[in-house]
Design a protein around this ligand. Structure first.
Ligand code: ZN
Length: 364
């Protein structure tokens, strides 16, 4: 079974979730906070977990706009309950920032709760979710089914993963894990893809009491990203175009640099990423500059490699050995071992895209 890099990271995280016997239950760790009047951030506690994401909720006098629907339907239901406590206005728009599962999978929860909701997504989502995000779900279904049957086998034999006999407590734990995994599987089996009802290729501006809500299509993290800009509140919602650690493996690195450069010219002093923490003022601008430097380094090494006739493998080795990568890695991954692992998985994938782009072989 072939998984995207996103899928591999997601499944790694999912394996841990499975072992911890946490199913698709309510995500009580999700924070929900009004960061500016009418602007609420629903942040996931683990910035480097990619089986869920942040959501943003914009509450105005007439209605509510939610940005990104989460992977886990229970999290979406919980968020909708929290929104209902904060306002009696209906959710009228759901924006998908891009096709990845962790931003689109729970669209159906919103449609079920608000049948008249408009789901806003880039036009490419109609093709990319079924073709590129759905296989991740198939992979997760297969993983849970095989974990459950392996767990049942161990329960029948009364042994743990190493084949050692289980005591009473171990048997109880195993039974609980199987039960949780069954619940998760049932939740995954209930997921159905609901495509956007508003397909964007041009900017859409909603005029609301908190000021204009500009939904801007860009070509960066994927071939169809949406950035949301709130000029009056001076807030940017970046999806995965600007994360703690952006995944470049589906990206268009040259255009991504241009998009980041353009975002720099806008008047904002706070951004909310798809994954990671809210950053403000100078620190936010510095983070944007670091991410752009990383992509610029990929492009410049890729161009030099092309000029000297290196193939992808040699070019990637040159890139990974480059001195200039060291400070970028330490700024973006810090001392966190998970950060380092994610950096070392995401960055070579981004470089490959840069190399394909520079050598004219990037698929659409
Ligand atoms: Zn993404």
């Amino acid at each position: 079974m072939a998984f995207s890099i996103w899928g591999r990271i997601g499944l790694l995280a999912l394996g841990l979730v499975l072992l911890a016997s946490v199913g698709l239950g309510a995500d009580s760790d999700l924070s929900f906070e009004e960061i500016r009047p009418g602007i609420w951030a629903a942040l996931q506690p683990e910035p480097l977990r990619f089986n869920d994401s942040n959501s943003v909720v914009l509450v105005s006098e007439t209605d509510v706009v939610v940005i990104d629907s989460q992977a886990n339907p229970a999290t979406s239901r919980e968020l909708l309950d929290r929104i209902a406590k904060a306002t009696d206005k209906p959710v009228r728009y759901l924006v998908n920032t891009h096709f990845h599962s962790d931003h689109t999978r729970s669209n159906f929860v919103y449609r079920d709760r608000f049948p008249k909701i408009e789901i806003v997504g880039h036009r490419t989502l109609a093709e990319d979710v079924p073709a590129r995000a759905a296989p991740d779900l198939d992979g997760e279904l297969a993983l849970y089914r095989s974990e459950i049957s392996a767990g049942e086998e161990r329960r029948a034999k009364g042994v743990d993963r190493q084949g050692e006999a289980l005591d009473e407590a171990g048997r109880t734990t195993l039974a609980g894990q199987i039960e949780a995994a069954r619940e998760t599987l049932a939740g995954l089996e209930a997921i159905r893809w609901v495509a956007p009802s508003l397909d964007l290729t041009d900017r859409l501006t909603l005029h609301r009491s908190l000021g204009p809500i500009e939904i801007r299509p860009v070509h960066a993290h994927t071939r169809g990203d949406l950035i949301v800009y709130l000029p009056r509140a001076r807030v940017l919602v970046t999806g995965d175009v600007l994360d703690d650690l952006p995944f470049g493996g589906h990206g268009y690195i040259g255009d991504w640099v241009s998009v980041l450069t353009e975002l720099e010219t806008l008047d904002w002093d706070l951004f909310i990423p798809g994954h990671g923490r809210i950053r403000r003022a100078a620190e936010a601008r510095a983070h944007l500059a670091t991410v752009r430097s990383l992509f610029e380094l990929m492009l410049s090494v890729a161009r030099q490699a092309k000029a000297s006739g290196q193939d992808l493998e040699a070019a990637r080795a040159t890139f990974l050995a480059s001195e200039a990568l060291v400070p970028l890695r330490s700024t973006l991954a810090g001392d966190d071992p998970l950060g380092a692992r994610v950096f070392d998985d995401f960055v070579p994938a981004g470089f490959e895209r840069a190399f394909l782009e520079v050598t004219g072989r990037l698929p659409d």
